[in-house]
Design a binder for this molecule. Structure first.
Ligand code: S3P
Length: 181
């Protein structure tokens, strides 16, 4: 089984992904990290050399490649992934998608000084516009979790309870491959 975490930059996908990975014993695949490993470039370097369009092409192919791989896992996507091409359909076809819904003010507070996120250069208004544009894509997720006021561990537990899985079930799998559907 694959669980894909979607949501805006700074919504906690990587942090919640780590908690979920611990609770379920599934490996965590961080899409941005896989892109950096594959290209040997940082995210800002990819945006600079190939443009956002070039980044989206790599992102879509790395996403699909990992969704189609066998075994269980948690995929933490980049904030833009669900809003481009057919990515959200591919995510929903091959995994249980979870939207981490976090208020814009919380997000902006977390990301506004981050130099590793090229889109922050758009400024508060520009980023808010992006947030609004992307919401309809995020809302296609199979599960929407309201994250305000909850710790990453609480959010991860909520996802597990909605999945009706027992914590640690993945670890108990005989192949050590995680929980399979
Ligand atoms: C992006 C989000 C980033 C990263 C890239 C573009 C976006 O990931 O993929 O900077 O378009 O929202 P995070 O959501 O992990 O910050």
């Amino acid at each position: 089984m694959k669980i894909t975490l979607i949501g805006f930059m700074g919504s906690g996908k990587s942090t919640v992904g780590r908690e979920l990975s611990e609770l379920l014993g599934f490996p965590l695949l961080d899409l941005d990290r896989l892109i950096v490993e594959k290209t040997g470039k940082s995210i800002p370097e990819i945006f600079e050399s190939l443009g956002e369009e070039g980044f989206r092409k790599i992102e879509a192919s790395v996403l699909k490649e990992n969704l189609l791989k066998g075994g269980s896992g948690i995929i933490a996507t980049g904030g833009g992934a669900p809003a481009y091409g057919e990515n959200i359909e591919v995510i929903n076809r091959h995994s249980f998608s979870v939207f981490l819904k976090t208020p814009f003010e919380v997000i902006w507070e977390r990301i506004s000084r981050d130099e590793n996120r090229p889109l922050v250069k758009l400024g508060r208004e520009g980023v808010m516009e992006l947030y609004r544009e992307r919401l309809p894509y995020y809302e296609k997720a199979k599960l929407i979790v309201e994250c305000e006021g909850k710790s990453p561990r609480e959010i991860a537990r909520e996802i597990v309870s909605k999945l009706s899985l027992n914590e640690g079930e993945g670890r108990a799998s005989p192949e050590g491959q995680g929980w399979q559907t």
